[in-house]
Design a protein around this ligand. Structure first.
Ligand SMILES: [Zn+2]
Length: 242
């Protein structure tokens, strides 16, 4: 009985128990810096995967030229066959001077297939680029044409109104140049005028007003006579009036 009482009263904080706690648990790092240090130190022993090591040594090897290394067995062999550093290869020295570029294959398709596909893809790409450039150019051209057309139409519209005002003042009741078409009957002259382009219509109307009324559309005024018009108006074109 006394024995069991003894064991019940055992001191669990005595060295008997504390020393039995596994060492690893006491050495376990607690702070972040400790953890980081542990991580770094474990990295020094890190071994890269074979695939990665292969790739590194391959790239290292390929980046070196054979003639950079005088001890290279390959260079010695080449020299024995008459090769001189920097000279092209071949019997008549018409070969390449630079090493053949090596591309690693990563797929399972045949060599011929991949190069054929590559060529096709490149051709398609250049076709697309060409097409895109053409459509871009035609787009810019179209926008530019539309802007010019719009400007001319606005000028034509204005010129037709001015023409009507000038004509009406002189008692002329009908003119094919007018904007408002009250008489719908299409005589030959009207339809001929209607078939002209906006720029041609504008030209015709401006010429008419200039000759009949000494009116310059670009100056925006009616001169009292031809002499005045010729003296004061810089010219018959829009560009003359800048
Ligand atoms: Zn003028």
């Amino acid at each position: 009985m006394s024995n069991s009482a003894d064991s019940d009263n055992e001191d669990y904080m005595s060295s008997k128990y504390l020393t039995e706690i596994p060492l690893s648990s006491t050495t376990k790092p607690k702070t972040y810096s400790e953890l980081r240090r542990q991580k770094l130190s474990s990295k020094s022993g890190y071994i890269k995967p074979l695939r990665e090591r292969e790739k590194e040594s391959r790239e290292q090897g390929l980046s070196k030229r054979i003639d950079d290394n005088a001890d290279s067995p390959g260079l010695k062999l080449l020299k024995k066959m008459g090769y001189e550093i920097g000279k092209p290869l071949g019997k008549d020295s018409s070969g390449i001077t630079e090493p053949i570029n090596i591309e690693m294959k990563s797929d399972k398709s045949g060599l011929g297939l991949s190069s054929e596909l590559k060529q096709k893809a490149e051709a398609e790409l250049s076709r697309k680029a060409k097409r895109a450039k053409i459509s871009e150019e035609s787009f810019i051209e179209r926008v530019r044409k539309e802007q010019v057309e719009k400007k001319i139409n606005a000028q034509l519209n204005k010129a037709q109104k001015v023409c009507e005002t000038l004509d009406t003042r002189k008692g002329i009741m009908d003119n094919i140049f007018w904007l408002s078409k009250e008489n719908e009957e299409s005589d030959e002259e009207t339809s001929e005028f209607e078939q002209l382009s906006s720029a041609e219509k504008l030209d015709n109307i401006l010429k008419y007003m200039r000759e009949k009324y000494n009116y310059c559309f670009w100056c925006g005024c009616e001169y009292s006579n031809v002499e005045e018009l010729e003296q004061l108006c810089p010219g018959i074109e829009d560009d003359d009036h800048d």
